[in-house]
Design a binder for this molecule. Sequence first.
Ligand SMILES: Nc1nc2c(ncn2[C@@H]2O[C@H](COP(=O)(O)OP(=O)(O)OP(=O)(O)O)[C@@H](O)[C@H]2O)c(=O)[nH]1
Ligand SMILES: [Mg+2]
Length: 368
Amino acid sequence: MRSENSNSAENKKGQQAKGEHQNPGAVKRIRELRKRIPSAEELTRKITEGDTIALSQAITLIESTRQQHREIAARIVSSCLPYANRSVRLGITGVPGVGKSTFIESFGSFLTGKDRKVAVLAVDPSSSVSHGSILGDKTRMEELVKDPNAFIRPSPAGSSLGGVARKTRETIILCEACGFDTVIVETVGVGQSETAVHGMVDFFLLLKLSGAGDELQGIKRGIMEMADGIVINKADGDNKKKAAQAKTEFQRALHLYPPKASNWAPEVRTASALNNEGIADIWEMISRYLELVQGNGYFTANRKSQNRQWLLQTIDEQLKSSFYEHPNIKEDLKEKLEAVENNETSPFMAARELLDKYRKHQDTSSDI
Ligand SMILES: Nc1nc2c(ncn2[C@@H]2O[C@H](COP(=O)(O)OP(=O)(O)OP(=O)(O)O)[C@@H](O)[C@H]2O)c(=O)[nH]1
Ligand SMILES: [Mg+2]
């Protein structure tokens, strides 16, 4: 991985710092230079030339909470759009410990071995404090982290899944514009994040373990329905036989689901991410899927529909935050919540009054 810790940038800073003691005039210039954010045009140009340091810088702008940064980021994403979309986007999910990181290490290395350029991103709002498990376990992605054809970025921080998903979607566009033709988006298989990731990828892969006994118990129906492929991981040693049984069970269960709009019948595979077994077989399955959906038009239709969803979700998110973060609303909302608690007003009336007030503020501010 070339870009996350920009050593060369650190070195430059170090060199600049030495110069600071020699010339007070230079100090100011250097400080200003440090503060200077490259322009949207400069970053876009560098990204489209395959510069992963510029890619990292732009992603940092996407993730920034500062309005000024977000504006630049929005311009970069827009101008990168024409260069994006020429990739395969894969979602990978599974419960903690199933072997996602180990799998991505094997699978990612397999793909870079096939001359593909692989970006690994994550959607994991729960881990925003620890900054994502994806890089917490660098040891599990030892090879991929060093691979010049791989780019790994931990999950962006954020309190809302919507915010995290938006940042990851924008990051996908930038990675593609930078020349990454395979984007892997990882998410832990708990909560709503799978749905968010499913909504931004072409192929959704579910990693499973062969447990003791009933494999299908405890698996959320929704996730099974979303999966285009299921991999029973850790099919090694004593586990091999159980994994083969689980494969049969899952394959049978998948037949019970209604056919997918893509016309693809999801398949089950066994693998050992740790021993690098079954990896080529999984890529073969994904390649066949891509061939099918690129041929029948689903690939494009699905991406179009995802873009529409992206727009609608963005509007949802922005409307909500503009309302809840409005200084005039915040106080009133507190009062109304209390009034509603005490049955002094109905939630419907309270909502109407708050929304009316919000609209009035919007009208007056747009008049200015
Ligand atoms: N035997 C065996 N162990 C594996 C395999 N894949 C992963 N493991 C082990 O399972 C443990 C968890 O693997 P991870 O790759 O960290 O799992 P993860 O899904 O990324 O876990 P989280 O990041 O916590 O969500 C590690 O000790 C791995 O070495 C496999 O194919 N076979
Ligand atoms: Mg992991």
